[in-house]
Design a protein. Structure first.
Length: 79
């Protein structure tokens, strides 16, 4: 990862290193950390997390392919 440098113009310039280094990975990592903090991740009750943050076996967002296919077929037939 690399940072950005300011050269006096209103635009950020990439630092002088090999190639044209970008820092999108650093930007995205920082943005997700900030959003997680703002939405209360540090206050998450990890002893009894909500269904979407639970472990894989009990996570409400994890569905088997068979269940998802059956649900799609049921909604397609109902329409």
């Amino acid at each position: 990862m690399s940072g950005q440098a300011v050269d006096g113009s209103p635009r950020f310039q990439p630092p002088h290193c090999k190639g044209n280094a970008r820092n999108e990975a650093l930007d995205l990592m920082t943005m997700t950390n900030v959003m997680a903090f703002l939405f209360g991740l540090p206050r998450m009750p990890w002893e009894s997390p909500p269904g979407w943050a639970a472990t894989w076996d009990v996570n409400t967002m994890v569905v088997s392919m068979e269940e998802e296919t059956a649900a799609r077929n049921a909604t397609a037939l109902a329409a």
